[in-house]
Design a binder for this molecule. Structure first.
Ligand SMILES: C[S@@+](CC[C@H](N)C(=O)[O-])C[C@H]1O[C@@H](n2cnc3c(N)ncnc32)[C@H](O)[C@@H]1O
Length: 301
């Protein structure tokens, strides 16, 4: 079984053992030579050679263990990189963008496997209205999918004016501005009564700027940044719940983070109509469905 922590080349005992052996051999060898002369010297030399061979073999074992660990880690890394490349290739193959797309997988950008999930979701469920919390490459992918379907619209909230304008410009370059609107929505205070977090004061996008005229079919949550507040993305569902149609789907990125996991647990506690699935993606993700009360009743037997 793979060791979880990278084993060191040398442990403290690897370093202490030669010192102890040298001291012991000196303590035994010197009197032996004095008492038994040449015979004592021969015994002392044999013991020393044996000790050296033992120490070399022992340290080789440590090196071999470390190299095996590195090789395993390297294979796993290559497997993950390849998975992301495959996901990116399939997104590009489906959308065939007419200009270069921004980088994926950076600190702030979504990973290819997440984008593939979003693309597949849009193409298979054909949402009429997609709302996004934070814009970027994901907005381009959703708008590209809607353009292929020939219907639907994505409205993306973004608190950062610069980033909002950058995404609008990319949408224009890709000929997707007819299917997407980036709304500059600053982060404003909200009061939410949340037993799960024992907290009332939150910040979230100023949703009054959304001006929604229909209910949301698909909600993608990839913002605001986690540095804003603990459980930064939690307010999404309490604030937008009444705008989600029955049967709406919600996709949350960064599902591997404890805050996102806690937010999903709190949502499921607050809204019994929600069901959630975890996707084992590079950064983890949750896909949630708002079932209608009747379906929910049937599902729960
Ligand atoms: C996780 S990112 C959104 C990524 C987006 N869904 C995508 O697929 O590209 C969340 C927020 O990070 C901020 N952001 C994105 N790129 C940034 C950058 N290079 N530097 C600083 N902030 C950035 C934006 O304000 C964005 O709303």
């Amino acid at each position: 079984m793979a060791e979880r922590r990278r084993p060191p080349f040398y442990t403290n005992s690897n370093l202490m053992l030669p010192i102890l052996l040298t001291l012991t051999l000196a303590a035994v060898g010197v009197p032996a030579v004095l008492w038994f002369g040449i015979a004592g010297l021969a015994v002392a030399l044999s013991l020393s050679s044996g000790a050296v061979v033992f120490l070399v073999l022992r340290s080789q074992r440590g090196v071999a263990r470390r190299l095996a660990w590195d090789a395993r880690a390297n294979r796993e890394l290559q497997r993950r990189h390849f998975q992301q490349t495959e996901a990116l290739l399939s997104v590009f193959a489906v959308l065939q963008p007419r200009a270069p797309l921004p980088q994926t997988r950076e600190k702030f950008a979504a990973s290819p496997d997440f984008l593939r999930v979003v693309l597949t979701e849009v193409l298979t469920t054909r949402p009429s209205l997609v709302v996004e919390a934070s814009c970027g490459l994901s907005t381009l992918i959703i708008a590209g999918a809607l353009k292929q379907l020939g219907a639907g619209r994505v409205v993306s909230m973004e608190h950062d004016v610069f980033y909002a304008e950058q995404t609008r410009s990319l949408l224009r370059v890709h000929g997707l501005d007819g299917f997407a609107t980036v709304v500059h929505a600053p982060l404003v205070p909200f009061t939410l009564e949340v037993a799960a977090f024992d907290r009332h004061d939150w910040q979230w996008y100023d949703v009054s700027r959304l001006r929604l005229e229909q209910s949301i079919d698909l909600l993608i949550i990839d913002g605001p940044p986690s540095t804003l507040q603990p459980f930064a993305r939690f307010p999404a569902l309490p604030i937008l719940w009444n705008s989600l149609r029955a049967g709406a789907r919600i996709i949350l990125d960064d599902g591997d983070r404890p805050d996102e996991r806690a937010a999903v647990a709190a949502w499921c506690g607050q809204f019994p109509e929600l069901s959630s699935d975890f996707l084992d993606l590079e950064k983890g993700a949750f896909v949630l469905s708002r079932t209608s009360p009747a379906t929910n009743h049937l599902n729960r037997g």
